[in-house]
Design a protein around this ligand. Sequence first.
Ligand code: NAD
Ligand code: GLY
Length: 393
Amino acid sequence: MAAQRDAGRAGADGVTAAPAPPTELGVALGARSYPIAIGSGLLDDATRFAAAIRGRHALIVSNEVVAPLYLARLEATLRSAGDAALQGQKRGSPAGMKIDTLLLPDGEAHKTLASAARVFDALAAMKANRDATIVALGGGVIGDLAGFAAACWMRGIAFVQVPTTLLAMVDSSVGGKTAVDLPQGKNLVGAFHQPRAVIADTDTLATLPPRELRAGFAEVIKYGALGDADFFAWLERHADALLARETAALTMMIAHCCRQKAGIVARDETEQGERALLNLGHTFGHAIETAMGYGGLLHGEAVAVGMVLAATLSANLGRAPHADTQRLVGLLDRFGLPTTVPAGLDPDRLIGLMQLDKKNLSGSLRLILWRGIGKADIVPDVDLAAIRAVLAY
Ligand code: NAD
Ligand code: GLY
């Protein structure tokens, strides 16, 4: 297991010594390949940003919570990066890079077409052309939204992911899924549009509220649950260190998740097959988020509940041992994540919402189920009565 190899490099107990240089990974997609860097102090790495940004216009998209913490540093870095980039392009004065900022309100409820329109207005105001770059500074909401705007502006411009939540570092910043939500369903309007780089400064996790950190662990546990039983067991062993935000443990875990995701994305960028496995628990989770008006459970929390529902359904259908569901519930509990459907949600309404899920084909429900820890499958035509039974339980 790669996490074990990383652990070996980091120290005898696997988690005690942080590697000094950033972890460098990549997503291999031919001409659209891009680097992923994970480590301390990367927000100040002007050389790295210079290699990632294009053109004369950079728009930083962030929100009102993240900006007071990290915007000034990123702006200063981009200013130096812009100078370097323009000198490299031999395109006139080093001071010629125009950098603007758009701050959006915080939260999933603002991952909307209206917010995307605000990004377009900001790009128009700065007279950004097709060679402009959007820099997304924030969690998955900002990354998905800014990436979507980048996919649309003049039919596609460059963007750079600067994830500041655990969830965004391990999942949403990698792979090029961009989207906004509709009242009818989550991520229903979007595009596959890969970033030019993912630059994850792990120092930013120090300010992440505990509940948001825990929500990120749901997507981490997902990687173990869907295809990596060794990693699942590693998480069981290292939960205390991870919850205590020990840098070495977090860094090797983030790298392990990114490596797993990068491999899947390289093999199946547009989710014709294998990539759908990354949605374990998501069809249930998205329905719960939508039913709660994008304001009840956090995305990661809804995914945690969704994974338990998928595991329970798999066991009820005779596809997996009930004992593995219990082990999953145990690990989610350990990370302080919910494992039951919030009270008051009508199963039939949830099923109605699940029917708008992007994985469905020709109106039939296609779910990601499992055969136990580390073994997930795409299952078409899942029986509605069995789904209703787990939702109602
Ligand atoms: P989020 O972006 O809302 O961030 C969580 C909260 O933490 C917000 O209040 C944010 O302002 C705050 N925050 C961010 N960084 C911070 C920091 N360093 N310090 C203090 N506060 C900080 O939520 P999220 O969990 O990062 O992302 C969830 C979104 O990601 C959902 O919309 C989900 O659909 C999407 N997602 C996308 C993909 C993908 O492949 N594109 C994958 C998984 C999830
Ligand atoms: N988070 C699911 C995916 O990127 O495919």
